[in-house]
Design a protein around this ligand. Sequence first.
Ligand code: F6R
Length: 600
Amino acid sequence: MCGIVGYSGNKNAINVLLDGLKALEYRGYDSAGIAYRTCNRIEIIKASGKIVNLEKKLKKNTNSNMGIGHTRWATHGKPNETNSHPHRIGKFTIVHNGIIENYESLKKLLIQNGYKFKTETDSEVIAGLLDKLYSEKNDILKVIVELKKLLIGSYALGIICDDIPDKIYAVRKDSPLIIGIGDNENFIASDVPAILKYTNKYMILDDSEIAEINDKVNIYNDKLDIVFKEAITFEGNLEVAEKNGYEHFMLKEIHEQPEVIKNTVSPFLKNGLESLNDNMPDFGKYNKIDIIGCGSAYHAGLIGKSLIEKYADIPVNVYVASEYRYKKIFTDEQTLVILISQSGETADTLACLRKVHEMGINTLAIVNVVGSSLAREADKTIYTKAGPEISVATTKAYLAQITILSLIALAIGYNKKLISEKKALEIIDSYEKLPSIIEKLTCYDYKNIAKALYKKNNCFYIGRGIDYALSMEGSLKLKEISYITSVAYPAGELKHGTISLIEDGTNVIAIVTDKNIADKTISNIKEVKSRGAVITLIVADKIDDDFDFADYKVVTPSVNDFISPMVNAIPLQLIGYMTAKLKGCDIDKPKNLAKSVTVE
Ligand code: F6R
């Protein structure tokens, strides 16, 4: 949700900012802009649309060594050039990621004080407020402390003041911000990929801190005492921010999944059952679990529910975070709340964590981004080792999330003696085989299925139990990147109304991997087939039927329940991908979306 970047050093700032913005474009791509200091004044260049539009307007050999940049996902005001950042009022130029909830009252106050506004954004008031406070106090650090007291909402800010030529100031609350550390040059950014071309060392700025950046970095607390922080080294390389020959990041990330599985499971399995237990929190005292997430993370939670209830015999409720944060919560000290998030910055998920913490409930975060807010604030964190995910539609992070949840079901089930040692060892062994199974399924040709789908306006995904949970993720993948209206339904529920939408040629994608209820789902598939539906069947090898009702069929290998969701998610991801590709959609940057949803 918006990406910000800043640079102060001895390189050409315009090029550094542009590199940073390109690496952050997945966070928002309605418009973009940069502000840089040249010949002792601040130059601002903005463009609506993608970053290439901005790039065309830049004079890259302009002499400048410092500046800030922004790629926008519009919240307040249309995605046009005027509303795009940076915003400038008086002596202050700023970029902002987040939402200022009290911007209207602040704007009124500033207007009464003679300030004029050009944009419809909430962000512009920050520049005005800084200018007003600075005219009263003339001390930038004190002004920023004051600013933080006045702003309500979420923000990560890059700030330039005309009077302080080479310095950038940065501050945040509930929106991510890192400080990149180079040799006599430093950076600010919303995420690590933005700085990786120049440095892999960074610090995470805390909500209570202010950063002052030029060729040195000073971090201050609210009382303006200097804070000493260790730099973190990012373990990975620039390749994460490049497509490496793949047409899209989404495809690259789908192909990375065998490696992701290896990395995610290896700490848990390297020493058999011993390391499984050593790396898991103690689940012994919990008799109820609530799982919270948004979008695909919520769908991952549904897979977790299915496995934990079946194999660990603990009731699990799964909630969408934006609902959970406002509902009455029934928990006690024997309840564990698991929060799932790729970014670890999703506003609603973070709000749920804070809400249950206030109630004294224990939390476990399953998070991909190391050092993210959720990871830092949860009582315990398990990292999915998916590496940076650039494609807006998640694939590898989702797969890593369901892998961790299946390991949790295994660990609890084994410790409660519901799964024997022999069985548990067999299951552990199956995780080792999973990467090569996924690799094979990734190479299957899904083009025919996509051809039957890409000109349609709607599609249904159906399944029962865990297959319904998979359907929901498959359906989301299709709709978010191909813009085909797609609905996931429990297979047995269609006949209670929705089946009236099935007509000649309606596409139905059915998932049948659970042998125990396969017959029931197959009956439901036949019901829609007889009403004209075009059936694509994702079916596990172990299910016995001649499937003569299927127009298209993907047979997946028969595996145990613990790794089955990871296996069967692959065709769903690739059907979505191929369909969007045939339609010519902008797969990595679907319209209206952003990668990290840091607003409510
Ligand atoms: C869909 C997708 C989203 C995210 C959701 C939560 O492909 O990526 O539905 O799963 O926005 O994001 P995180 O996991 O960062 O909390």
